[in-house]
Design a protein around this ligand. Structure first.
Ligand SMILES: [Fe+2]
Ligand SMILES: [Fe+2]
Length: 265
């Protein structure tokens, strides 16, 4: 593996470990309640729909007009598959929310999603990615794809709840249903990189963009889960304090990665 590619993976993998610590800390937190679970699940459903389905559907619509060249169809079909996958993820988290809520808990209707689905740190991540695409074109898009799902650490940590019963088992099943898709989506971002279609300078830019997006992801997740980690720990995680998670582009829930525990986890 080229040194620049190794650096890209290594720098990101430290930040994947950071995002995993945020989620793991939430699941272990004594502050966790049904209400806080309903809140992060609603936010995840929002992400699947408004950061997943909607922008990709719009990109597909634009690419379909006027009629696309035959040669463009493989990539358009991949995009259509991705829209379908994100819509399915929305269904998974909306169904999980419905299953966990009790009489008196607000349903996840359009009004609730519109009112409380998005949050400032998620908007900041979205704006950073859009800025990278504006400034760097295809490399910015590749960075976005590479950081999509943050190496699926939320889903891997959710799967690790399996066997604890009740809501934890339901969360584990939902996370298992989306984990493999998100690993696939991230792999598309790195496709071609290891076969040499990017030179060292492009890999350096990709490293810079993707690690900036991953730091924004760590802030986004900490806010999504009601700040299980103090801001000083978040700063350490964003500085790459943890050892890198093992890079395994074929990771499956069974093989699911990634268990380095930090001393403070
Ligand atoms: Fe998704
Ligand atoms: Fe995805």
């Amino acid at each position: 593996m080229k040194a620049a590619l190794r650096r890209l993976i290594e720098q990101n993998a430290r930040l994947w470990a950071g995002e995993a610590e945020v989620v793991r800390s939430y699941f272990a937190s004594p502050q966790r309640t049904r209400e806080t679970d309903l809140c992060w699940i609603a936010r995840q459903a929002f992400k699947e729909m408004w950061d997943g389905v909607v922008p990709q559907l719009e990109a597909l619509r634009l690419d379909l007009t006027p009629a696309p060249a035959l040669g463009a169809l493989p990539s358009l079909l991949r995009l259509a598959d991705s829209v379908r996958a994100e819509l399915r993820h929305y269904e998974v988290f909306a169904a999980l929310h419905e299953s966990l809520r009790r009489p008196g808990d607000a349903p996840l209707d359009a009004e609730a999603l519109g009112r409380s689905g998005d949050w400032p740190e998620n908007r900041a991540l979205r704006e950073l990615r859009a800025e990278h695409v504006r400034a760097h074109g295809a490399l910015g898009l590749r960075a976005q794809r590479f950081t999509e799902g943050g190496y699926a650490t939320l889903f891997a940590e959710g799967i690790a709840l399996r066997g604890r019963g009740g809501a934890d088992d339901e969360i584990a099943e939902a996370c298992a249903a989306v984990h493999a898709d998100e690993i696939d989506h991230m792999r598309e971002g790195v496709e071609g990189v290891d076969t040499g279609d990017l030179d060292a300078a492009a890999l350096r830019v990709l490293t810079e963009l993707s690690t900036a997006q991953m730091r924004a992801r760590i802030e986004m997740r900490n806010a999504q889960f009601g700040r299980p980690l103090a801001q000083e720990r978040i700063a350490e995680l964003c500085a790459g304090a943890l050892p890198p998670l093992a890079w395994s582009p074929r990771a499956t829930p069974e093989a699911a990665p990634i268990r380095p525990r930090s001393p403070r986890a």
